[in-house]
Design a binder for this molecule. Structure first.
Ligand code: SF4
Ligand code: SF4
Length: 374
């Protein structure tokens, strides 16, 4: 079995995969846009959580509903829904995150026409006692909504099993990341991107054995420490849906060794406690992992975290990769940059559109940054 080949095929054509899994297994497929989606509840309801990345096609239908200064993920997601590209979805779950996603949720509910639509209004500030109580209540409400929408009962046993499967998936993804950080030659950054993307869309019962097989295959060829002296870089930002960005960076001579991306470590960071109330345990993971810029801890947490990550991963530089018009990441950028500058860690900011490939201008900027690191 070539695990990587199967994972890459799913990631290369996610909608084909979503439609096939629905036809093959009869499982319902539930769309979402964010790592604050309680996927364990969806799994426990017998469905497949399916991350939406937005279209690569031109946007026309969505522009009738959204301003052109919304990010391309939001506009591209709506475009896909309006074009009927997501007809395999049984419904969608919208966690309360940035302004654009919140407004998209209303437009989606009114226009996309899926059988069910669940909003999850999670707290924004996560370091208070009341935030945990409130989050547990909201997650319990989401569990009830999913039970109604999908016509199943999420028993404690089903939820414990879901948590165990997700813990195994997250642990294995972390193991693959750590192995690659020690020896980036085990798998290219572009291939690893496909593994993460596949992990966000695949039937998790099919995914876990593939990840385990991939880990074993990679481990057999891994060296304890990399002999490659190319500069190590860390990516920070939201969603990256461009495998060619990873290829462009590697052709510039850099090694992408870690990230702080929603399509990366933010997806698999943190384990869920298996011996306490499962809904409380899911809330605890959200509360204990590092926030994204759409949530709040104190005013220095993300800056300290990023500097810590860069040092632990022995990164020579940090590349901020944002979608254009992404307010939350742009608002956090000046203070994150200040933290990196004060720690003497070189960094650049690049803005991309989901619909555009890594163009010549981006490649030139990568080359210049990598030359400077060298
Ligand atoms: S940046 Fe935050 S709100 Fe946006 S997708 Fe990532 S986790 Fe969700
Ligand atoms: S890229 Fe930014 S603006 Fe777009 S959905 Fe994610 S957090 Fe919101």
């Amino acid at each position: 079995m070539d695990a990587l080949k199967i994972l890459k095929a799913a990631a290369a054509d996610p909608y084909e995969y979503g439609a096939t899994i629905k036809a093959k297994t009869g499982k319902k497929v539930v769309g979402n846009f964010c790592t604050y989606t309680p996927e364990e509840l969806i799994y426990a309801a017998g469905a497949v959580s399916f991350r939406l990345f937005g279209t690569k096609e031109d946007i026309s239908l969505a522009d009738k509903h959204l301003q052109s200064y919304c990010c391309s993920l939001v506009r591209g997601g709506l475009e896909d829904a309006l074009r009927g590209n997501l007809s395999f979805l049984a419904g969608t779950v919208f966690p309360h995150t940035c302004d654009s996603i919140q407004r998209l949720s209303d437009i989606w509910r009114l226009n996309a026409g899926f059988p069910f639509h669940i909003d999850i209004v999670l707290p924004v500030k996560l370091d208070t006692l009341s935030a945990r109580t409130y989050m547990v209540d909201v997650l319990a409400g989401c569990k009830t909504d999913l039970e109604t929408a999908l016509g199943v009962q999420i028993t404690p046993e089903r939820l414990q099993h879901a948590i165990s499967i997700y813990n195994d998936i997250r642990r294995t993804l972390g193991d693959i990341y750590r192995m690659r950080s020690a020896d980036p030659s085990v798998i290219s950054a572009g291939d690893l991107y496909h593994v993460i993307k596949a992990s966000m869309i695949m039937d998790r019962d099919e995914l876990l054995p593939l990840l385990n097989a991939l880990y074993a295959e990679l481990k057999a060829g891994a060296k304890a420490v990399s002999l490659n002296a190319s500069p190590r870089v860390l990516l920070s930002g939201g969603v990256c849906n461009h495998p060619d960005i990873y290829d462009a960076l590697e052709s510039s001579g850099a090694q992408v060794v870690w990230d702080d991306l929603c399509t990366g470590t933010r997806y698999f960071e943190g384990q869920i406690e298996e011996n306490i109330d499962p809904v409380e345990a899911i809330a605890d993971r959200y509360i204990s992992r590092m926030v994204c810029p759409a949530k709040h801890l104190n005013v220095t947490a993300r800056g300290e975290h990023l500097v810590h990550l860069a040092k632990v991963q022995n990164a020579a530089g940090v590349i901020f990769l944002f979608l254009k018009f992404c307010d939350p990441h742009s608002f956090d950028y000046p203070y994150l940059k200040k933290f990196l500058d004060e720690a003497g860690i070189p960094n650049i900011l690049l803005e991309v559109e989901a619909q555009l490939p890594a163009d010549a201008q981006l490649r030139t900027r990568f080359d210049t940054f990598v030359d400077m690191l060298n």
